[in-house]
Each structure stands twice: as C-alpha cells, then as structure tokens.
Design a protein. Structure first.
Length: 190
C-alpha cells in the first residue's frame, strides 16, 4: 500500500481543518446574516423575559403572579412546538421568519410603549409575554430547518454547532442587558 503524496495529504488536512472549525459556517453570507439576526432577536427576547419578571414584581408582587410570567413565556413552546414544526415544513421559511420577527418586534414595541405610558397591568403583561413566547415557539423550528438551505452539506455540522453558540450567547447577554436597562431606566416610568 502506498501513502498519499505530501500535496494530497495537505489537501486532506486543509479540508479536515475547515470541516472541524465551527466558524466555517460564517463563510456563507446568508447563514451569517440570518445567524446575526437570530442572535439579536434572541437577545431581545431574553431582555424582555428578564424585564417582564422584574416589572411584574412592581405591578403585583404576589409570588404566584410573578411566577406566571415564566409560565407565559415557556408554555407556548410546549403548546405550539409540534404544530410550528409542521408549519415550518409547509411554508417558505425565509418569508415566515421575516414575518414572524416583524410581528414579534411589533408586540415587543407595543408592550414597551404601554409600559412607558404607564398603561400596563399584570394581565396585559402576561398576554404580551405569552405572545412573545408563542412567536419564539413558531420561529424556532423554521430557523432550525432553514439552516441546511443556507450552508452546503459539508458545513452543516459546523452551522448547527454555531447555532448552539448563538443561543448561549443570547442567553448570557440578553438578561444582562435587561438588567442594565432596568438599572438605568428603572422598572416602571416615574
């Protein structure tokens, strides 16, 4: 048995190095744009989740009511994950993600305006938190299933790993930024 030439081995080593790097997915512009947009959206969601829990303690400090914020945020994933996955398989994922993110931005903006105008109450806060949770439940399967369309097959494992990094970045940065905003602006307008 003959060994491969040095030139051939270098080529193999380069391919292995490229495939092994989780950052290789960023060579693809479409993936990079969608990944950044998703991280920004997820940071916003985590900021909202942190701020809404804090806001509820100002509106109604009853522990049960405060805990309902987390329920309103998480319950939609249990209720809508399966139908959202089926929907993601039947629609144009790109348009669906864009439309969903626009709707989520509108919901978050209206919520912020209501807080700013001091028109928010516990029921409205829970409703908006539930709506944002539902939006997250519907966008997650579409985002997961669009990734293979954004990168070639050999970079798919790296793209999936990079998605995990993005989720964890969002989970770390979002609540921290939410806490900073609360610290600077306060939880309710004065």
């Amino acid at each position: 048995m003959r060994f491969a030439t040095a030139k051939h081995m270098t080529k193999i080593d380069e391919n292995q190095t490229q495939s092994a790097s989780p950052w290789i997915a960023f060579r693809h512009k479409a993936f990079t744009v969608v990944w950044i947009a998703t991280v920004v959206a997820n940071v916003g969601t985590w900021m909202y989740n942190a701020a809404s829990g804090w806001l509820m303690t100002s509106l109604n400090p009853d522990p049960l009511t405060v805990s309902l914020v987390q329920v309103a945020s998480s319950l939609p994933m249990f209720l809508f994950a399966l139908p959202a996955g089926a929907l993601a398989d039947t629609v144009d994922r790109r348009r669906f993600l864009i439309g969903s993110e626009i709707l989520l931005t509108v919901v978050a903006t209206v919520s912020a305006v209501l807080v700013w105008l001091d028109l928010i109450n516990p029921s409205i806060l829970l409703l908006f938190t539930f709506l944002l949770g539902a939006g997250s439940a519907f966008t997650a399967p579409a985002w997961q299933s669009i990734v293979p369309q954004l990168v070639p097959k050999q970079d798919l494992a790296a793209a999936v790993a990079t998605n995990g990094v993005g989720v964890n970045i969002s989970r770390a940065i979002g609540p921290a930024l939410g806490g900073i905003v609360i610290g600077v602006l306060g939880s309710v307008p004065k």
